[in-house]
Write a protein that binds this ligand. Structure first.
Ligand SMILES: [Fe+2]
Length: 436
């Protein structure tokens, strides 16, 4: 069986994996349960994180009414920065520290949920910002202990942050993003109401949908957990632990959902079947990558969003500068990445392509990279996202600078199924300039 052959024991390799999960509530209208869910967590005085666009909208009003009905005293922080930075996280931590709160509610996309997680970290365990991030940017210290309870309510269908203990932050001084994870950062409750996505414009659904697609395929093709070194103590086992049979289950289903519903969800906001499915797919992919970690498509994406030029998609608020939404910064690399990684795990790439809806019956292992790339490219074309990194203003001569920046994403690069050096990353970027 393909799934099990991937997990052959290796000398000195891990012999176990650990699964971490919040309680999950999913369904249209469940945002009005958030008050009761918060009570179950012991929250009476909540810090509520959202952004300045959502704070005046109907979804936030629904969550707020639910908190009021449950008798919860709610204080709102709506200054969340889209794509949070070390500075914006510390401002959110100051808010949390000053308020005598006994819990946190987040209502928003990945930026909101990650800001809530970051605020919990630095309000509870103050330290220099890089302390908890892995080398080379930080010391990789584990978070010392628990934080206040957190109820996460996603309003987009991509990030999956509601189901993970991972946090992504852009370091302003280095102008690039880094990730760290801790089981203490898992939300206690994830309340996923797909009705929140009814009003999302097509470019946002495309970007977040490709984020979920890439989470799933990166998990499915990640280095097997048995190929990561065995940890000295059980508690040292990281959440970025490699592909495992748990994440396979969720990744496969998330890929089926992305393959069946991404185009429909982008094309028609009134297609509830598609949009609800994408919400569920995002959470499934979160359950997968929160226990696996992503690899190269995400590792490369941070340099793309850092170095892109002259690009700003429709449907996103403009600050006048270049802005590449996270899912787009990931997917413009993806076909080139999977052409590269398929060489060492062709069966996994073919299975992933099959879940995405590609015809794989007559495909040989040598075809795997091309088959999966072609399926992703067809979805990119159908949903109008940029044609490779050239579509966000990058050129072939940028490949080395992009690769050098990417090499700082050490854990994610190590999670790729292939050992990957600077020159490999440079070549992946060179072959990601344009696909059609
Ligand atoms: Fe992502």
């Amino acid at each position: 069986m393909g799934c099990c052959q991937y997990y052959f024991p290796t000398e000195g390799g891990a012999g176990a994996f650990t699964v971490e999960m919040p309680r999950i509530t999913f369904g249209r209208g469940v945002l009005d349960e958030v008050g009761e869910r918060a009570l179950v967590c012991g929250i009476r005085r909540a810090a509520v994180f959202t952004d300045r666009y959502l704070v005046n909208g109907e979804h936030f009003a629904c969550a707020r009414a639910s908190l009021t009905a449950a008798g919860i005293d709610a204080t709102i922080f709506s200054e969340v920065q889209i794509e949070p930075t070390d500075r914006s996280i510390l401002a959110a931590a100051d808010f949390l520290k000053d308020g005598d709160f006994d819990g946190v509610i987040s209502v928003g996309g990945g930026s909101v949920m990650d800001t809530a997680k970051g605020a919990l970290v630095y309000a509870t365990y103050p330290a220099s910002f890089e302390t908890y991030f892995g080398p080379p940017v930080g010391a990789g210290q584990p978070l010392p202990g628990p934080v206040l309870p957190h109820v996460a309510c996603p309003t987009t269908s991509g990030t999956g942050s509601e189901a993970t203990g991972l946090l992504v932050v852009r370091f302003e001084a280095l102008n690039t993003k880094f990730v760290f994870g801790s089981r203490y950062l898992l939300p206690n409750e994830a309340v996923i109401d797909p009705a929140c996505t009814d009003t999302l414009p097509p470019t946002v659904v495309a970007s977040t949908g490709f984020d979920l697609l890439s989470h799933a395929i990166e998990c499915y093709t990640a280095r097997a957990y048995t190929r990561w070194a065995k940890v000295a103590k059980p508690n040292a086992r990281l959440m970025i632990q490699g592909a495992n049979p748990w994440s396979d289950l969720h990744a496969r289903e998330a890929l089926r959902i992305a393959g069946a519903y991404l185009e429909r969800g982008v094309a028609d906001a009134s297609d509830h079947e598609a949009r609800d499915s994408l919400s569920w797919g995002a959470t499934l992919a979160g359950m997968a990558f929160g226990n696996t970690g992503t690899h190269l498509a995400h590792a490369l994406s941070y340099a793309v969003s850092q170095q892109a030029r002259g690009f700003h998609p429709p449907d996103y608020p403009s600050s006048g500068g270049t802005f590449v939404p996270h899912g787009i910064s990931v997917i413009v690399n993806a076909p080139s990445v999977f052409r590269y990684t398929a060489a060492v795990a062709p069966e996994r790439h073919l299975e992933a392509a099959n879940c995405l809806g590609a015809e794989t019956r007559d495909a040989t292992p040598e075809d795997a990279g091309e088959v999966v790339a072609a399926r992703i490219i067809s979805l990119m074309k159908a949903t109008g996202v940029p044609n490779g990194i050239g579509g966000v203003g990058l050129k072939r001569e940028d490949a080395m600078a992009l690769a050098e920046s990417t090499m700082r994403q050490r854990r994610a690069i190590g999670n790729a199924p292939r050992d990957t050096a600077l020159e490999d990353v440079q070549r992946i970027f060179e072959q990601a300039i344009a696909y059609w």
